[in-house]
Design a protein around this ligand. Structure first.
Ligand SMILES: *Cc1c(COP(=O)(O)O)cnc(C)c1O
Ligand SMILES: [Zn+2]
Length: 414
């Protein structure tokens, strides 16, 4: 890979060759980071080249991605999700420069597809036939879908609380699904043991450094969609921390390669029932203190975030802010976003928007700032939670009299 220098440990700084199957640091066990040669990238691609490209998927940014030039990246259509000017929500909040990035429109309906598409390409480069992961649900279903498209076998470990919609996706995509009777931490540990035992390719986000490189394409896209500008703030919901770390890496890469001339501030949103990353940032400590996983937002219910350091470093480096939201605020945001924008997010998918609404009300984000709120997962994955956000429809017998009566009751048309 002409654009990649090496992989570097974020803990001890050890540098190793960026082989396709590297995991954590061989010296200290820390998480690795992919290091690019920005001079090489500059010589390989310009903004004008990018503008001329027809490929709308994440692979349009290939010079910024750690894949071999001859790797086969054909697969599901991942990336190219819309960045909507959120006019009506913006009016409601008094924010004229608000955007929604709807990443629930990826093929398996979450941002995780960006990491999984990368994982299946790297697995193929490594010559692997079987790939495995543990996940709160979306990484699992996206791996299963992207692997199905590539003809790879998958072993997927999910906690028993995973919503039915996500488990249905897994089974439909033909994964070998193991539903672990325990929490996400238990699930992660069992998957790690199984991966060791059978030597499968590892798609666990905190172990495999290529995954946040896939996830960073969400911010490469945002910058391009804004005309190669970074917004003032990017709002992201945070569980393991891989997504927000990837989002930050994307902006830093563009900045280092001269594609953008400033960096945004990150808004890290977690649930009040589980916020170990935000607590460390807010209170200024560096060692993970595990937390309970008490939130309706299952995709960010991560009591022991595996990408703790990368995430904490990202929020700090960006001079960003942290916001914690209650389940009620998440459900309210789901309703408001849906009704003003036509975008339906799952609880973790709209937690960012909930956090933004709260941060603006508290004066932490100025109303005139350019803000992108990323919706990370689609609401159809978890309709039980959606049912808690909204009421029931008006039920009537098939008679006009009955309809008029029912309308009278709610002040409807007569
Ligand atoms: C995984 C996920 C997140 C958080 O990403 P992390 O890398 O775990 O921090 C947020 N929203 C949704 C819908 C997700 O699936
Ligand atoms: Zn190390």
């Amino acid at each position: 890979m002409k654009n990649v220098k090496c992989a570097k440990c974020i803990k001890c700084g050890a540098e190793i060759e960026a082989k396709p199957d590297i995991t954590t640091c061989p010296t200290c066990g820390g998480i690795m980071d992919i290091v690019y040669d920005y001079e090489a990238i500059k010589s390989m691609v310009t903004k004008e080249d990018m503008a001329a490209r027809k490929d709308p998927t994440m692979w349009r940014f290939k010079e910024f991605l750690p894949v071999e030039a001859d790797s086969d990246t054909a697969g599901l259509k991942v990336g190219g999700s819309p960045l909507y000017p959120a006019k009506r929500l913006g009016e409601k909040l008094g924010m004229p420069n608000l955007y929604i990035k709807d990443d629930g429109l990826n093929p398996t309906s979450s941002l995780k597809d960006r990491a999984s598409a990368m994982a299946v390409v790297k697995a193929a480069e490594a010559g692997a036939k079987t790939i495995a992961c543990s996940s709160t649900g979306n990484a699992a279903s996206s791996l299963a879908g992207n692997a199905a498209a590539k003809g790879l076998e998958t072993y997927i470990f999910v906690p028993e609380r995973a919503p039915a919609g996500k488990v249905a996706q897994l089974l439909v995509f033909g994964a070998n699904v193991i539903s672990v009777q325990g929490n996400y931490e238990d699930t992660f540990r069992l998957s790690a043991e199984a991966i060791d035992r059978w030597g499968w390719y590892n798609r666990n986000a905190a172990i495999n450094p290529y995954l946040s490189e896939g996830k960073k394409t969400v911010t490469l896209e945002i910058a391009e969609q804004l005309g190669w500008k970074a917004p003032d703030y990017v709002v992201i919901s945070v569980g393991d921390g891989c997504t927000i770390a990837g989002a930050w890496k994307g902006f830093k890469d563009l900045y280092a390669a001269g594609f953008i001339d400033k960096l945004p501030k990150l808004v890290s949103v977690q649930a009040e029932g589980c916020y170990p990353i935000n607590k460390a940032v807010a209170e200024g400590y560096d060692t993970l203190v595990p937390m309970e996983e008490n939130t309706i937002a299952d995709s960010i219910a991560v009591g022991v975030p595996r990408n703790f350091k990368k995430a904490v470093d990202a929020v700090r480096e960006s001079k960003g802010i942290t916001v914690n939201v209650s389940d009620e605020e998440i459900l309210e945001a789901m309703k408001v976003l849906g009704a003003t924008s036509g975008v339906f997010g799952e609880p973790a998918g709209v937690a960012g928007t909930a956090g933004l609404i709260k941060a603006v009300a508290a004066g932490l984000v100025p109303k005139d700032a350019t803000v992108v709120s990323v919706v990370t997962g689609n609401g159809l994955k978890d309709i039980v939670s959606a049912g808690k956000a909204v009421g029931k429809p008006l039920a009537v017998p098939p008679k006009m009299d009955a309809l008029l009566d029912a309308f009278k009751g709610i002040g409807g048309p007569q």
